[in-house]
Design a protein around this ligand. Structure first.
Ligand code: SF4
Length: 339
């Protein structure tokens, strides 16, 4: 092992805590699936849009950015869906938050600091912790970390779970330590993703089937049914715009940080570093199969684990990508921004 400490992120530690095998595959073998999660892609588009919005507050610029981030929308229906949703969401966001009660102090701020042994206060020689916060804002003279989130829905459960968002709490601690800014809490900026889908229309076959069914129920033996046409882009965008007039599509939640929480998380982080060193030394990263279907979808490494690490599966369905992608500053026209 070289003497240079490995730069780690909280994403790595949380993955290691959840399943050691997943952390080994991502952070030591550098594997990621060729097919990446669409939800994460959409989240990264909105993050870039919000960064642009808070830099210049120019909606036209944000909309042009969405166009650039979805360059193949005419051929690719996933990109078209992202484009529609991001466009309607950001137009409504700009109207809703035309003025803010906070002052933006920093955007997309990277930090890196030591991981410290809480017993001795000595810094780890093996690892540092790096991360990026969406922003730092000032409200009535106090500083808050700004954290953007896109969510399928915001309810009591969702808000309750924010307390378990250890990543942002530990990031707040590092922002304090490395930048010397005392952080009072977190301002969660939640944007809800509309579930609407663009109407696809009927094929001739589907129409004939529906028509036959209507005729069989009709007393007169007639029907005025017409074949359903696909919903145009304008019609769909209008429907989304209408949806985003609902005030519940945006939510702000403020969470105050407790200093005790910092201490708990710092010791946990240290424990994780020790467990990782031990696993790496012995070359043993065990599987936590209770986690394979967390988040209601298979883990990205499910195909590898199910095939017992078959090299053909790795060759055909995975690629090698350097870790810590979330730390990189991406050009705004990059097609894929974060994993
Ligand atoms: S598939 Fe399951 S066991 Fe394998 S890395 Fe993912 S969570 Fe771990």
């Amino acid at each position: 092992m070289s003497g240079v400490p490995m730069i780690t992120t909280y994403t790595m530690w949380s993955q290691f805590r959840n399943c050691r095998k997943a952390a080994e595959l991502r952070y030591l073998q550098h594997l990621v699936p060729l097919e990446r999660d669409r939800n994460l892609h959409f989240g990264s588009i909105i993050h870039e849009c919000l960064q642009s919005w808070y830099q210049r507050r120019d909606l036209a610029e944000v909309l042009a950015l969405i166009d650039r981030l979805c360059p193949n929308r005419l051929q690719d229906e996933n990109q078209l869906r992202d484009w529609h949703l991001a466009t309607a969401m950001m137009k409504a966001y700009a109207a809703r938050y035309a003025t803010e009660n906070f002052e933006v102090m920093a955007l997309e701020k990277n930090f890196e600091g030591p991981i410290v042994n809480p017993m001795t206060s000595a810094a780890s020689r093996s690892f540092t912790l790096a991360g990026k916060v969406d922003g730092i804002v000032r409200i009535d003279g106090e500083h808050f970390i700004l954290e953007h989130k896109t969510a399928a829905q915001v309810d009591g459960d969702y808000l309750e779970k924010l307390w378990t968002d250890f990543q942002i709490t530990i990031y707040a601690y590092y922002v304090e330590q490395t930048m010397g800014i005392p952080i009072t809490g977190i301002l969660y900026n939640v944007l809800v993703k509309a579930k609407l889908q663009q109407g696809k229309g009927e094929t001739e076959e589907q129409f004939q089937e529906r028509r036959a069914e209507l005729l069989s129920k009709s007393k007169t033996g007639k029907t005025t049914a017409k074949r359903k046409q696909p919903e145009s882009d304008q019609e769909f965008q209008a429907r989304l715009t209408e949806k985003y007039t609902d005030p519940g599509m945006f939510h702000r939640e403020m969470l105050y940080l407790s200093r005790d929480r910092f201490d708990v998380l710092r010791s946990e982080l240290w424990e994780l570093t020790q467990a990782f060193l031990d696993a790496r030394r012995r070359g043993v990263f065990y599987q936590n199969t209770a986690f394979c279907f967390n988040y209601q979808r298979p883990c990205p490494y499910f195909a590898i684990c199910r095939s017992n690490g078959n090299p053909n599966v790795i060759e055909n369905f995975y690629q090698r990508v350097a870790p810590n992608e979330e730390l990189r500053v991406m050009p705004s026209d990059a097609p894929e921004t974060a994993f």
